[in-house]
Design a protein around this ligand. Structure first.
Ligand code: ZN
Length: 310
């Protein structure tokens, strides 16, 4: 049976008026990244079928409906660069002039998110579920050094911190501005079935971490943990983004082949070429988000390993 067209609410589980934690999954804020929504539906189907003892609420939302329907990243822009406190305040007050598809999506998504968060009766955790096009291991992105960093670091996949110093307006910013923890998860390649598995594992472990469901009630906690630890093996647990290579229009930036997320590069190593010549790594570090396709403002980022406590 073909999948029905995506709706804003993928599904919800748990008593909306009852006590307990709230886990909110935001799926497909980039429309070419459907794996998070597939994983959320899988977890909801398990909850409906297994009916484990459950306290709290799980809400799964689609991020960019119009783009998800077209299976493309965005329509007129990037829905994940618009969540500055000023824009969000203007949207809530109804004073933001909506100019493009992403403005309309953002207004709708914000309304549904605000309603879900207003109903929270306990601790909250946001999950912002992504995938990527290049090869490379999954990784978590988080802003804060709070309990979500400890939870994320326990998962065994590398955790990126301080990306917000270079990329503003992601949906992580909305939660941070509200004082709420959130994890971004880049779970694997867009079309890899393992990406759905990784997202589903994260959602289940998050539900258990917040106490919505007992660990013993999970289908297989050990398998979920093993899946994530396996992909993070040999990689640092926490890396801090320290360098961004910005692009200028018409600088002819071309990444050299063979790089992907979380490859270690050495200072002086040739990474790319542009009209000024060879672009070399300014320092040793873990390479992130090398730009191979499409337009962008960022050629690549570099990160250094950081102690978990420090
Ligand atoms: Zn994305």
């Amino acid at each position: 049976m073909p999948e029905p067209p995506p709706e804003r609410l993928i599904g919800a589980y748990g008593d909306p008026a009852g006590p307990g934690p709230l886990v909110v999954a935001i799926c497909g804020i980039h429309g070419n990244e459907p794996a998070g929504g597939v994983a959320a539906r899988r977890v909801l189907a398990w909850l409906e079928a297994a009916r484990p003892a459950f306290g709290g609420r799980f809400v799964a939302l689609n991020g960019h409906l119009a783009a998800l329907r077209l299976m493309q990243r965005g329509i007129d822009g990037d829905l994940n660069r618009r969540w500055s406190s000023a824009r969000v305040a203007a949207l809530r007050e109804g004073t933001l002039r909506r100019r493009d598809a992403e403005d309309h999506e953002q207004a709708q998504l914000l309304g549904v998110l605000d309603a879900a968060l207003a109903g929270a009766r306990g601790p909250v955790l946001g999950l912002d579920l992504h995938s990527f096009s290049a090869p490379g291991p999954p990784f978590v992105v988080t802003r804060a050094a709070g309990p979500e960093l400890a939870f994320a670091a326990e998962l065994g996949v590398p955790v990126l911190v301080s990306l917000e110093r270079f990329i503003g307006g992601t949906i992580l910013e909305l939660f941070s501005d509200e004082g709420l923890p959130i994890l971004g998860f880049e779970a694997g390649r867009h079309d890899d079935p393992a990406t759905v598995d990784a997202h589903a594992a994260l959602i289940r472990l998050a539900l258990a971490e917040l106490g919505a469901v007992a660990r013993e009630s999970l289908p297989d906690e050990a398998a979920d943990r093993a899946l994530l630890t396996a992909v993070g093996r040999g990689l640092p647990r926490v890396v801090e983004v320290t360098h961004r290579h910005p692009l200028e229009p018409r600088d002819g930036f071309r990444m050299r082949p063979g790089f992907h997320n979380l490859v270690f590069v050495s200072r002086g190593e040739a990474l790319a070429d542009d009209r000024h010549g060879v672009v070399r790594a300014p320092r040793d570090g873990w390479l992130l988000m090398p730009l191979y396709q499409g337009a962008g403002e960022d050629g690549f980022f570099l990160a250094v390993e950081r102690p978990l406590h420090g």
